[in-house]
Write a protein that binds this ligand. Structure first.
Ligand code: FMN
Length: 186
């Protein structure tokens, strides 16, 4: 069992973070969830009001000085920001850790632990591109939720599972969430 922090910021595609939490939790991993205020609004808009985290998932307040997530002594296997808004991306890149989600990402970077960031915006500004480059140089995996067509998704949920499967691949977690490319099975 591994310990993961999943941060959901207020970019479009919040369902990716929610699905990732479900998948990690279903595999009995310890999951700590952080949801920004903007993400709460986007969840209402894109997912609806009835969403509940699976039992066992620990939801943390975003600003709690006593939270264990403030400290690098809270050892995690990975921090995933899914999706990552341009604001949160900028905050992580500049080290402006004014909430626990950014702090958790910052801690992953400074301790050399795995950080996966899923930035979502289009088109991208130069500052966003530079912030991504900065995180990449710092050792983060930049995994934008880029739509793929080759596996012939029929539904939005197929695309979501594709993105979540890609994150699980990076985390080294076996999954069959999307159809992998092969010459026999295009
Ligand atoms: C429906 C909706 C969709 C949004 N999509 C994006 C997006 O894809 N990328 C982005 O950077 N910001 C997006 N925003 C704007 C962010 O929510 C806003 O910049 C917010 O301040 C981000 O705060 P946070 O990083 O603390 O979550 C969206 C806002 C709304 C209401």
């Amino acid at each position: 069992m591994s310990r993961f922090v999943v941060g959901i910021s207020g970019a479009s595609g919040v369902v990716i973070g929610l699905r990732l939490i479900e998948e990690l939790s279903a595999r009995n991993h310890e999951v700590h969830a952080l949801v920004t205020d903007a993400a709460v609004s986007v969840i209402k808009h894109e997912v609806g009001t009835g969403h509940r985290f699976p039992k066992g998932v620990v939801r943390h307040a975003l600003r709690d000085p006593r939270s264990p997530l403030n400290s690098s002594s809270f050892v995690t296997d990975a921090v995933v920001i899914a999706p990552c808004s341009m604001k949160t991306l900028a905050a992580i890149a500049s080290g402006f850790a004014d909430n626990l989600l950014v702090r958790a990402a910052d801690t992953a970077l400074r301790t050399g632990r795995r950080l996966v960031v899923m930035p979502r915006e289009t088109p991208l500004s130069l500052s966003a591109l530079e912030n991504m480059a900065s995180l990449k140089r710092g050792g983060a995996v930049i995994l934008p939720p880029c739509v793929s067509y080759y596996h012939k998704p029929a539904r939005v949920s197929d695309m979501t599972d594709f993105f979540v499967g890609k994150v699980l691949d990076v985390l080294g977690i076996e999954n069959k969430l999307y159809k992998r490319w092969s010459e026999e099975n295009p």
